[in-house]
Design a protein around this ligand. Structure first.
Ligand SMILES: [Zn+2]
Length: 352
């Protein structure tokens, strides 16, 4: 009976986002690893794309190499949470199986994650709601379906609390940018009701603390900040822009609303596997994760990668990317995304 009650309580607590709340470590650090575009399919029989001949000669390459790379990043970085920014899996003969396969590296290391959907996830045997359901079956999943009636599946927020658990210090948002659509870019977009939800939820959670947004398909401003083939058109660009921005089909103002809120410091997306830049535009860092998965297209000779976000309790966000074994697991493009010190220094400089 006691055992049953303990089990019941454990389940109730695990289903409760407060229990699952994210917390800074006692040393004041909090780390997020982003895995973008795994395109996980059938496992061992789903081969790697765009490999250098020398890489291909290194041995068989499949989805299993993606699993291995994720494990290496988790072992090196020991993150507090993983953000899966969509195209986690791609249409396969058994999407339940592929949805369960990509999370194995986190399950083996007891690392929680929150995920969102890309344009490819639901091309197999499960629809978007079904994919979210399979994700949520793991006790380590912080993924949520989001409010009923809102466009898309998986629009939700989490907060990161102070190490003593008393104060929320960051708002994290996951949003669904949809799949294909009849639009100029051929992609769906974050719809007006989602933008309104984001605004309301950010205000409810508090705009006095920094917020970070995660979704899959870039908003138009990624291209405005750094037009493809052109020069950086914003305050700062770090990383590479190797392919055009395959943006959302319509711009209904998410960026503008986020910019007006004042507390959104960073947007993280996937979708364009060969872009891994951050562009500082109107006070927000617009960042790509860079492609992580080997079964996803890449760029020959360009190692797969993962973006790492390091947060501090004072609101500071730093970031870098960790390359795969073909890049010797190097740490590249270390940068401060935002810090209260830099912000006040900039404000001081403009007020002079
Ligand atoms: Zn993709």
């Amino acid at each position: 009976m006691i055992r049953q009650l303990t089990y019941f309580l454990a389940c109730a607590l695990l289903a409760n986002p407060v229990f699952a709340s994210l917390r800074f470590r006692p040393d004041g650090s909090f780390k997020i690893v982003q895995f973008a575009d795994l395109h996980y399919a059938e496992g061992e029989t789903s081969g790697c794309k765009n490999m250098l001949p020398a890489w291909a000669a290194a041995g068989p390459c499949s989805d299993l190499n993606t699993t291995q790379f994720m494990g290496e990043v988790l072992d090196l970085e020991k993150p507090d949470v993983v953000a899966m920014t969509g195209d986690n899996c791609i249409g396969s003969s058994n999407n339940t199986k592929s949805q369960r396969a990509w999370r194995v590296p986190m399950e083996e290391r007891n690392v929680p994650w929150f995920s969102m959907l890309g344009n490819h996830d639901a091309q197999g045997t499960l629809d978007r709601a079904g994919l979210i359901r399979v994700d949520m079956e793991s006790p380590l999943s912080l993924t949520q379906p989001g409010p009923k009636g809102l466009y898309g599946e998986g629009n939700y927020a989490h907060q990161v609390f102070s190490s003593d658990g008393t104060k929320p210090l960051f708002n994290l948002f996951a949003m669904d940018s949809g799949a294909g659509a009849d639009s100029p870019s051929g992609y769906d977009w974050i719809h007006p009701d989602q933008v309104a939800w984001f605004k309301q939820e950010n205000e409810r959670l508090g705009t006095s603390i920094p917020a970070i947004l995660f979704f899959h398909i870039p908003v138009e401003e990624y291209d405005t900040a750094w037009p493809f083939g052109g020069a950086c058109a914003s305050d700062e660009c770090v990383g590479v822009h190797k392919e055009g921005v395959s943006m959302q089909g319509k711009n209904v103002g998410l960026f503008e609303i986020a910019s007006q809120a004042g507390n959104v410091k960073m947007i993280n997306i996937g979708h364009d596997h060969d872009n891994d830049y951050c562009a500082l535009y109107k006070g927000m860092q617009l960042c790509y994760g860079g492609g992580t998965g080997y079964h996803a297209y890449g760029s020959v000779g360009w190692p797969r990668r993962s973006r790492v976000l390091e947060l501090k309790e004072d609101g500071t966000i730093s970031s870098f990317k960790r390359l795969d074994r073909f890049g010797n697991y190097s740490k590249i493009d270390e940068e401060v995304i935002w810090s209260p010190t830099l912000a006040s220094a900039a404000q001081h400089a403009t007020s002079k």
